[in-house]
Write a protein that binds this ligand. Structure first.
Ligand code: MEV
Length: 318
């Protein structure tokens, strides 16, 4: 029996969420410490069945799967069809350490791990862009109107400067290292719902919302320059300002605001919500003089369910 493995990391948005849906730039960073993993085995029948213990689903077909899992079964089917292998039965075991619905790319990573696992089982190769394009199929079911930033950063496994339907660019990190702390509120917030609420709010007041998006997109461009030139203090200010704009858009909540305030109070150079908002996570930039352990404790005291760090230093993906 052939068993193959596909893996994909989590992700976090540094700046540009929501604006990126409307064609403005965003910066996204992979979270390599958390990941989704799909083990794919051939089966003698022609069915595709999936097991996802994290979702409490075992050996289910597309018809039996929950709305969360069925897009992934559909995706596996598409990959099989893409290679003309429709009759090859597959059993997929999917596990993930990425918290669900917290803006850390759980859906994109599950989709990309599935695509990679099926490709590996079939002995085929796709490049990162082809993998991301296929994975968008299930993201559209999960997220309604995704910008594509999640699948792009997860597939590439490196920091990106992303503009919808434009060639993806990497981020140059020349002089310094940027250390971020990510604090999870523990509140699950479906991206599709928040993106839809923002669309409704924008329809009601287009000029105001478009100016918010324009501001966030400009901040993504400025942040890219601050990363390139090694200016953490300025990047921190930019993050604080992005959080204020996201509050105005209406996607923050008391728990996120509380974590942002705690981070800044305990030595972060800047902090903001990350992802769709109304729950999910906060990203904070740790200053050179800040004590990461004290910041970690302060965030937990302020309500974070889990806290971890990631570094942006331009090093190639492992
Ligand atoms: C993506 O993690 C967050 C949003 O910008 C939605 C999207 O880009 O598809 C809110």
């Amino acid at each position: 029996m052939t068993t193959a493995v596909g893996e994909a990391p989590g992700k976090i948005l540094l700046v540009g969420e929501h604006a990126v849906v409307y064609g403005h730039p965003a910066i996204a960073i992979p979270l390599r410490g958390i990941r989704a993993r799909a083990e794919v085995a051939f089966h003698r029948d022609s069915a595709i069945r999936m097991t996802a213990p994290d979702l409490g689903e075992f050996d289910v077909s597309m018809e039996q799967a929950s709305p969360r899992l069925s897009p992934l079964l559909g995706l596996a089917e598409s990959v099989r069809r893409y290679f003309g292998e429709e009759s090859q039965g597959l059993r997929i075991h999917l596990e993930s350490t990425i918290p669900i619905g917290r803006g850390m790319g759980s859906g994109a990573a599950a989709a990309i791990a599935t695509v990679r696992g099926v490709c590996a089982a079939l002995g085929r190769r796709l490049d990162a862009m082809q993998v991301a394009e296929l994975a968008m199929e299930s993201e559209k079911v999960f997220h309604g109107n995704p910008s594509g930033v999640d699948t792009a950063v997860v597939a590439r496994n490196e920091p990106i400067y992303f503009v919808k339907r434009k060639p993806i660019r990497g981020i140059e990190v020349k002089r310094s290292e940027f250390r971020f702390v990510i604090a999870d509120t523990g509140i699950e917030s479906p991206t599709a719902d928040v993106v839809e609420d923002v669309r409704i709010a924008r329809d009601a007041d287009r000029a105001r919302y478009d100016s918010f998006f324009w501001e966030l997109g400009s901040m993504a461009s400025v942040a890219r320059e601050m990363i390139r030139t090694g200016s953490p203090e300025e990047l921190g200010l930019c993050m604080n300002h992005a959080h204020a704009v996201l509050q105005n858009i209406g996607v923050s909540c008391a728990e996120l605001d509380h974590l942002v305030a705690a981070a800044v109070e305990h030595g972060a150079l800047g902090a903001k919500l990350s992802g769709a908002g109304r729950g999910g996570a906060v990203i904070a930039l740790v200053g050179a003089k800040a004590d990461p352990e004290a910041l970690d404790s302060a965030l937990r005291l302020a309500g974070a369910q889990s806290v971890f760090t990631t570094v942006l230093n331009g090093a190639p993906a492992p």
